[in-house]
Design a protein around this ligand. Structure first.
Ligand SMILES: [Zn+2]
Length: 161
């Protein structure tokens, strides 16, 4: 009990990087799952080819500080833009794509495991501050270049196993 109190302590954070699990809508993701996922993510995101902002050890961790993680009760839902989504990310300054700010929140569709859920995808948006390594004028600017070899989609694929 003492250890549990120390872990969640004054900051109210549930993970080493300072994320906060919000199980108010669904409880399929536990604090233990979240920590395991965060640790695996931090180890792997450094290896993404083409985003030098994240390649140093621990570089992504501060971007997760204060991030609220909300597991959802359903696998997918309709977002505010009318799209069917399996997850949503709200980087620290929203989706301006002009300024990287830490923090924010993610909503994750219900799944049997964090590995097959959208959490890695949504965390990439958070640690990139919503700004891809190679911005472009594509329709879907937030994922621009993610398909390059060794890029973000390769990371998501690697962690889903
Ligand atoms: Zn996305």
């Amino acid at each position: 009990m003492v250890a549990a109190l120390a872990m969640t302590g004054c900051s109210g954070a549930d993970t080493v990087c300072g994320q906060i699990l919000d199980n108010s809508r669904a409880d399929w993701l536990t604090v233990s799952d979240l920590q395991e996922a965060e640790t695996a993510f931090l180890g792997a995101v450094r290896l993404v080819v083409g985003d030098d902002r994240l390649s140093a050890e621990g570089a992504a961790c501060p971007w997760l500080k204060g991030v609220k993680v909300m597991p959802m009760p359903t696998k997918y839902w309709i977002d505010s833009a009318g799209r069917t989504v399996y997850g949503e990310a709200y980087p620290g300054d929203g989706w301006s794509l002009t300024n990287r700010v830490p923090g924010g929140g993610v909503m994750i569709g219900a799944d049997s495991s964090w590995r097959t859920s959208s959490i890695v995808h949504e965390w990439i948006h958070i640690v990139q501050g919503g700004v891809p390594a190679a911005p472009c004028k594509a329709t879907d600017e937030a994922h621009c270049g993610w398909e390059r070899p060794g890029g973000e989609y390769a990371l998501i694929d690697a962690l889903s196993r």
